[in-house]
Design a protein around this ligand. Sequence first.
Ligand code: UD1
Ligand code: UDP
Length: 350
Amino acid sequence: MKIITVIGARPQFIKCAAVSKELRKKHTELIIHTGQHYDENMSSVFFDELEIPKPDFNLEVGSGNHGKQTGEMLSKIEEIYLKEKPDLVLVYGDTNSTLAGALAASKLLIPVAHVEAGLRSRNMNMPEEQNRILTDHISKYLFTPTKTADENLKNEGLSNIFSVGDVMYDGVLFFSELSKKKSQILEKSHLKKNEYILATIHRAENTNHQDRLKSIFKGLEESGENIILPLHPRTNKYIKEYGIELGKNIKVIDPVGYLDMIALESNAKKIVTDSGGVQKEAFFMGVPCITLRDETEWVETISNGWNVIVGADKGMIVENIKHFNPISERINVFGEGNASKKITDIISSK
Ligand code: UD1
Ligand code: UDP
């Protein structure tokens, strides 16, 4: 089967790293990189260290407003589909690259497989929620990470749901050993196991609201903890725009590669984040997670007691950095770490 995979943003490179390895054992895969993320440390670092096959097409779409960015992707992707005539298009997650890849295929009646289908935050103001709902409804194969995702899709009248588990769990299992061997980020950043808090912030609902972003940084500062923050370029831009002064306890570094990120996550005392992927990785690694959002689609991490929602509330951030300590046992609801193989087997049987 000839499969075209469309990726463009950091978490998609990581998801694709796991799936592509399996997929290529049985199928011909071409990769389109939309160019949504383009900085070396947001894109090529992942291709290099995770040995993701070099993209066959790079659309170099870059940053822009949603309509322009998605529209440009759509028209460029369509040209490639028309020329390459794939049997299947594979998309991941909920970014503008996901929607563009799926929509271009759907209009040409090319079947779409959506990995990480069925997630819902119930917050339609999020661009990600719009992207994932639209993508699910035009996809032929819905590969879900959790039972909750299955239920969400069924409740929307969708079928062709394949409960395969979470491909990010595959990634963590596959790359953890390599991370232990190769990463020197702790030494380089003068960090010791369990003596620091890892923070990541990039969601539009935080960065685009000055009051929220300021409150988050005040919370991090007032916690008084040793905080390391690999800074997403979006957040960097807004910190400057709003003139936010960061507390002395917050050490900012550039975004890191995945092997360094696994090392930072697995050795952290706690993780504070608004990232979807990082919430899950905290859970996989057994690190308490404090989520800087008003809701999450990864509801199992909350019901299991290992993740707590604090929004942008300064007091809650301080309180939970100091005192959030999960006591319940983690129940793994994200599959067995073989989602990539399951996806490949299902695609092969069609
Ligand atoms: C996107 C996804 C989000 C995902 C995140 C992963 C959408 C709508 N959002 O958000 O769901 O969680 O990726 O990280 O698809 N920038 C750079 N260099 C880069 C990339 C971005 O400087 O390589 C800056 C630009 O100023 C850009 C801003 O970051 O305008 C935002 O980038 P964009 O891709 O639009 O959204 P993300 O916030 O990265
Ligand atoms: N990540 C990384 N380096 C960083 C920050 C995050 O490799 O500096 C990884 C992280 O481990 C996870 C993924 O990127 O696998 C999450 O991506 P992000 O937070 O950008 O997006 P989201 O998951 O929220 O869509």
